[in-house]
Design a protein around this ligand. Structure first.
Ligand code: PEP
Ligand code: CO
Length: 453
């Protein structure tokens, strides 16, 4: 029984340790890293291997165009945001978006949250200087705290236990909500769709809402009330597998299954800054059985991508590997065709997913990070166009969003302007779409696909 409950403190996935791991915190000698990791290894997993395998099956269908992946949530989750209102609003938004996509695209949607573990952030510099004082950069609430004092910025391994417990609390509430169903989810008349009136595509979007409403009425009429499949949805979680000590402590053998599973999340991804083929993160991703994703940026060399794809999906298992492409609106048309060609030439199955957020971050004149709705929408639309042209399938979208009414991204029918950014700018890291902007993206995906068909 040594490894089955994670009780053996020795690492299960040893090989990543021999590689260089970028973006890791430097814990001080006095910090009880070993004690924390031993404790984490004894704690129960957050997800199960059968859920992980079910998700892999759904991602395989998305790769083949029979489903569509909607992956969305926080850039950086914070421990203080683990509250009823935040979790409810974000989940409701994702479920509303998924209904728009289901009834608009006529395929089931794979719903994946970017939360319940999204606590570690890669940074471009190890240090930050303010008014002549230099401290370690903020790396996410699982590593240190955002405040600018020595105490807050010193990496503390005990934060891993806080991140674990807050992930568990978040996931517990999400599981309860999705198994009970949200009453007003099935009634688009209760959704906040005011922004539609200001949209240039309002006629088209109204027709989509009507089609969602009709389909829901029909389903409710033929379903068995509270037990109808409408009230039970599959929902999965994902986060960037950045802090390898944490991921490793939640990586376990499972009885009667081969290999090891990351049981901290269903669907870990490797970020752009840690996706080097010889590095520890890719080695870690290779060693686990979960479906994994990697972020692909505009400097991705096609030959290297071929190697990466073969390396991470050497068995050519459908659903195993997702490529989350984040090129930016300016580069999508010139760079994506070559990347698709490269992957097609390997004959390996991948799920292509568009992240139209991370290539479109800019700094305003007043020094705030923002993203323009039109550029996000353009990158997403062009991703569909390029895939269609290359006889390939764009099977999903990856978005940073929140159900709160923030003003972090500029534009959209609800009309957030650059001068609004000061009002409700709450993100500690990247700017997120607010509820209206995110729903508008879902409508625009459907509108675009309907016109293309
Ligand atoms: C992120 O997803 O928040 C992120 C840091 O993205 P990337 O790795 O694509 O830069
Ligand atoms: Co981000």
């Amino acid at each position: 029984m040594k490894n089955e409950n994670g009780g053996d403190p020795s690492s299960l996935s040893q090989s990543w340790r021999e590689r260089q791991a970028a973006q890791q915190p430097a814990y001080s000698e006095g910090a009880d890293l070993d004690g924390v990791l031993a404790h984490l290894r004894r704690l129960p997993p957050l997800v199960t291997s059968w859920e992980v395998e079910a998700l892999r099956g759904q991602l395989a269908e998305a790769a083949a165009g029979r489903r569509f992946l909607l992956q969305g949530g926080e850039c950086a989750e914070s421990l203080s945001d683990c509250d009823t209102a935040t979790i409810t609003a974000r989940l409701k938004l994702l479920l509303q978006m998924s209904l728009v996509l289901i009834y608009g695209l006529r395929v089931p949607v794979v719903r994946v949250g970017r939360f319940a573990g999204q606590y570690a952030k890669p940074r471009s510099a190890d240090q930050e200087t303010q008014n002549g004082v230099t401290l370690p950069a903020y790396r996410g609430d699982i590593i240190n705290r955002a405040g600018f004092t020595v105490e807050e910025r010193t990496p503390d391994p005990r934060l891993m236990l806080d991140a674990y417990s807050h992930s568990a609390m978040t996931l517990n509430f999400v599981r309860a909500l999705v198994s009970g169903g949200f009453a007003d989810l099935h009634h688009p008349e209760f959704w906040n769709l005011d922004f539609l009136e200001a949209s240039p595509s309002r006629e088209e979007y109204r027709a989509i809402v009507d089609s969602v409403r009709e389909s829901l009425r029909f389903m409710e009429a033929i379903g068995e009330g509270a037990n109808s499949s409408l009230n039970r949805v599959d929902f999965y979680i994902s986060h960037e597998a950045l802090l390898l000590a944490y991921e490793d402590a939640l990586t376990r053998h499972v009885p009667r299954r081969d290999g090891i599973y990351n049981l901290a999340t269903h669907f870990p991804w490797i970020g752009l800054r840690t996706a080097a083929i010889g590095g520890a993160h890719i080695e870690y991703a290779r060693s686990i059985r979960n479906p994994v994703a990697i972020k692909i940026g505009p400097d991705q060399e096609p030959g290297e991508l071929k190697r990466l794809v073969r390396h991470l999906n050497s068995d050519n298992q459908p659903g195993r590997l997702t490529l989350i492409v984040r090129l930016g609106a300016d580069r999508i048309e010139s760079v994506l065709p070559g990347l698709i060609d490269a992957v097609q030439s390997t004959g390996t199955s991948v799920l292509w997913c568009a992240d139209p957020m991370h290539g479109n971050t800019e700094i305003t004149a007043s020094g705030r990070k923002t993203r323009h709705f039109d550029r996000i929408k353009f990158e997403l639309e062009q991703s569909f166009v390029v895939h269609d042209r290359s006889a390939s399938i764009l099977g999903g979208v990856h978005l940073e969003l929140t159900g709160e009414n923030v003003t972090e991204c500029v534009g959209g029918a609800s009309g957030v302007t650059e001068s609004d950014l000061v009002h409700r700018y709450l993100t500690p890291v990247d700017p997120r779409l607010n509820g209206s902007q995110a729903l508008e993206i879902a409508f625009s995906i459907v509108g675009k696909r309907k016109r293309a068909i």
